[in-house]
Design a binder for this molecule. Sequence first.
Ligand SMILES: Cc1ncc(COP(=O)(O)O)c(C=O)c1O
Length: 375
Amino acid sequence: MAYDFDRVIDRSGTDATKLQKYAGTDILPFWIADMDFAVPDFILDPLHERLEHPIMGYTKKPVSLTLALQNWLVHHYGWQVPEDWIVWLPGVVPGLNMAVNTLAADAQLLVPTPIYYPFLDLQENSGRRQIAVPLTLDNGLWSMDFAAMNDALSPQTKMVCIANPQNPTGRCYSLGELQALAGFIEEQDLLLVSDEIHCQLILDEDKQHLPIAHAVPEIAHRTVSLFAATKTYNIPGLGCAAAIVPDAALRQRFVATRGDLVPGPGPLNYIASEAAFNDRSDWVPQLLTTLRRNHDLVRAVAGERMTTVQATYLAWLNIEDLQLNDVDGHFESHGLGLSNGAPFGHEGYVRFNFASPRSVLEEGLRRLSESLRAG
Ligand SMILES: Cc1ncc(COP(=O)(O)O)c(C=O)c1O
């Protein structure tokens, strides 16, 4: 079946965060990371079916959801994950915060930056000190800087937090890099949180997403891996995520941080994620074809400003030469709503979400082209 990713869907009236920010203006939003594509029927149909029932009470996690995730992990990675390693959560970000809260109060975190901005809220949320270690850029490719990470260590350093694939740079870490990170983690006796929410959005056909806890099993017991189907299938409004924590003692500490603060996902959220994990159709491959085309369209306009995107639908654009005092205002004055790099820990960059139908993207790129000339 052919899916239409170029259909323009009017999102007005849905209170979409992406649109609301610029309501009443003609600014086109390419900022927050959701897609302007329809959720496939194999997810919508079971949701419709559930809505036939008039009661939406408290709901336990369905056994079939855990099974769907386990089968999905075997299908994609050959990774056998026992049920008791899996903790279901209403989102990846709560899992990230819970993992940090397993640490002693004086513990420090290492976070390679730029990174998805909730990682940079961990210090304030948890009271644990956070050290940002910049990724290095070599020939357009962002990489972890192990020498700088080593220099940033202190006796209090207890955890590294990464996203793989990486938001905002779109980096999909190689086996060599994951092995080097694992070596660092072991040598320094650290824990690792690996946010793998973008795992299915691999644009570079020579790359493969490798979950670190499976690719380098020696550090599985030091790892909290965070997975969700919500990014791939454009259902982030139905938050549902899985933490995979192989070590029983770490898992116990992780679950204990939940307290009464983090609720379970709701019934519709479970149903949507289960349908997504059970999907073996052509939807994701066709989505990726569209995203690869869109990537190339952005690259044609942004040229060398755009660093290499191996995964995600996010372009990370260098705008340092424009020397803008008001980054947001500059792009908004050209009718573009982009994500400013500063909250990701990296000024001089903007993030452009290219998961839009072709006609919308082309208008956005026309505006981008103008805005990059008019610095
Ligand atoms: C790397 C990364 N982690 C987590 C999230 C959000 O996860 P959740 O909505 O499940 O908390 C995003 C959303 O863009 C993301 O890019």
